[in-house]
Design a binder for this molecule. Structure first.
Ligand code: B12
Ligand code: SF4
Length: 491
């Protein structure tokens, strides 16, 4: 009989010179909160928050931060759960997640272990083969986990009336039921009970997902889930799905009220895949947001076609201080034929300038090294933010993750996939052979070019946008005791 559950967020694994970001784990909190409303006692152990100060240097210039794995035993003794759900959101955390599952079984093999998040959804067999995981839950977890627990408690087969689950049954047979509908219940789910993690510690450290904040007490929030597009490098289509689901405005407002009154929050960061995708929803959300006096931003890209003057004005009036534009490429050909994303390149500068005139910062996201991209197109992409007035930007090397069209392209062309660099996100993880018509430069050369251009961009933009830079980076350096030369690589 499952009476008590514990959800574990493993330590984070990043490239060692990246900012050690920290935030309340909204997905896992949402699951634990949902179970609590159903009368199942549930707790969250976010190892990244609790052990933020504890660093372990891994090979390949990677850094892991979070509680040491040994501490799990104390937590299990303290909570005494019958069921543990482990979350894995990034490929870089796959190894540590499996170690955690093994540790739980070593401590008490009777504890039921379930796992969820992006890599378990896209690469379930890595986890299943560890022999330390009883159930893999695919996609959104709230209702699936609840049904699973109910089925176990009432002696039904675990997958009774349940889609999105993989496990080995008592006869040693793999049961694999794909998800039918994604985020079906999202719009009415209760908002996350943040008291299950140490929010004060997150506020004090103040390195949220978009780390150059305006306010110091920052919370993360999800207003919608899903994306109607299918960019070649993105897992959204298979993970959150094509259909966009919006939370009910009254539930969002209740969450804002709590953030204000209980946590004294100054800033919120929206984690939505595409916050501005629906005019009616975003207009209603922002009109209501005005009354709260929050500063806000989105670490993720916004839907280009939605960003007309009126919406940008409303965004500024409602407390937005930075927008993120995921332009991805300076080539309309790459955007239309390879990425398949609707970005009108000729409109970008107008949006950037309008946003600046409203006092907003503008961050750009760019991706280089896609198969089929020419050297000229790649170079033009790295130049684009210089010529289009972006005040900050991030360049990423294309990475082929399971669940994307990009990995299919790599497989069709027999490119080998290097699993080590799949985890460090620093260089492309697929190898285009030198003799292939798409070969432009080696992965190492691309990684170096990206790093060099990032530093160049910082030097250029910090002069051109001196006011923005003083407010943004200097404040960060003072507040966090950081060195400027390190920040240059982290834009
Ligand atoms: C917000 C976000 C970020 C934030 C922070 C993310 C975080 N939580 O730490 C920031 C901006 C920092 C970020 C950074 C990066 N990100 Co990011 N990010 C996202 C994004 C858009 C949303 C994630 C999110 O919070 N969702 C909202 C919450 C409510 O849902 P959730 O956490 O997924 O939880 C639900 C389910 O996953 C599931 N679930 C989760 N845990 C568990 C556990 C159990 C037991 C169960 C049953 C279910 C379950 O149920 C939950 C509730 O429904 C996703 C895309 C996406 N749509 O998922 C990309 C995504 C996760 N990011 C991605 C990437 C590539 C990156 C970067 C590497 C980019 C770069 N080049 O630098 C960096 C580095 C990340 C790092 N190692 O720290 C990839 C992941 C690729 C991979 N396989 O590793 C994604 C999927 C986008 C993509 N390209 O496809 N990211
Ligand atoms: S990159 Fe953004 S716009 Fe493209 S499919 Fe993913 S979430 Fe949608």
């Amino acid at each position: 009989m499952i009476k008590k559950t514990l959800f574990i967020v493993p330590p984070n694994v990043v490239v060692s010179d990246k900012i050690k970001r920290i935030g309340e784990p909204i997905g896992v909190l949402s699951i634990a909160t949902y179970l609590r409303t159903k009368g199942i006692e549930s707790y969250v152990y976010d190892m990244t928050i609790d052990g933020y100060e504890h660093n372990i240097i891994l090979e390949d210039n990677m850094l892991m931060y979070g509680d040491p794995i040994e501490n799990i035993e104390n937590k299990i003794n303290e909570i005494q759960p019958d069921f543990i759900g482990v979350s894995c959101m990034f490929n870089s955390r796959i190894d540590i997640t499996i170690q955690i599952c093994r540790k739980i079984k070593e401590i008490n093999k009777n504890i039921i272990v379930a796992i969820g998040g992006l890599p378990p959804t896209m690469q379930p067999h890595i986890f299943l083969q560890s022999n330390a995981v009883d159930y893999i839950i695919l996609n959104d977890g709230e209702v699936r986990i609840y049904k699973l627990i109910n089925n176990i408690n009432s002696g039904k087969t675990p997958h009774d009336d349940l889609d999105g689950i993989i496990y080995i049954n008592n006869d040693g047979k793999e049961i694999n039921i794909p998800s039918k509908v994604l985020n079906a219940y999202f719009s009415t789910l209760p908002y996350a009970d943040r008291s299950l993690v140490n929010m004060e510690k997150c506020f004090k450290i103040c390195r949220p997902y978009a780390p150059y904040t305006d306010g110091r007490r920052t919370a993360h929030i999800v207003a919608s889930k899903g994306c109607p597009f299918k960019c070649v490098f993105c897992t959204a289509v298979n993970f959150v799905g094509h259909k966009v689901h919006f939370r009910q405005i009254d539930l969002l407002l209740a969450e804002f009220d709590e953030l204000k009154s209980k946590y004294n929050v100054e800033e919120i960061q929206f984690m939505d895949d595409n916050l501005t995708i629906n005019k009616e929803f975003i207009t209603s959300l922002l009109t209501n947001l005005k009354g709260y006096n929050f500063k806000w931003c989105t670490p993720n890209g916004l839907y280009f076609n939605s960003l007309d003057d009126k919406l940008l004005e409303l965004m500024a009036e409602s407390g937005c201080y930075q927008i993120t534009l995921a332009v991805e490429s300076a080539s309309q050909r790459i955007l239309s034929d390879i990425i398949k994303k609707k970005v009108a390149l000729d409109k970008v500068k107008g949006i950037v300038d309008k946003a600046h005139s409203l006092g907003l910062r503008v961050h750009g996201l760019f991706i280089a090294g896609l198969p089929g991209e020419t050297k000229e197109e790649l170079e033009a992409t790295l130049r684009f933010p210089f010529d289009n007035n972006f005040d900050s930007c991030s360049f990423s090397a294309a990475t082929a993750f399971p669940g994307t069209r990009l990995i299919d392209i790599c497989k069709t062309n027999d490119f080998s996939i290097d699993t080590v660099s799949s985890n460090n996100y620093r260089s492309t993880n697929f190898i285009i052979p030198k003799e292939h018509e798409w070969y432009v430069m080696s992965r190492e050369e691309l990684a170096e070019l990206i790093e060099k251009t990032s530093v160049e961009f910082y030097d250029y933009a910090s002069k051109k946008f001196e006011n923005i830079y003083s407010a943004k980076y200097k404040k960060y350096i003072q507040n966090h005791d950081e060195k400027e030369d390190v920040l240059k690589k982290r834009l």
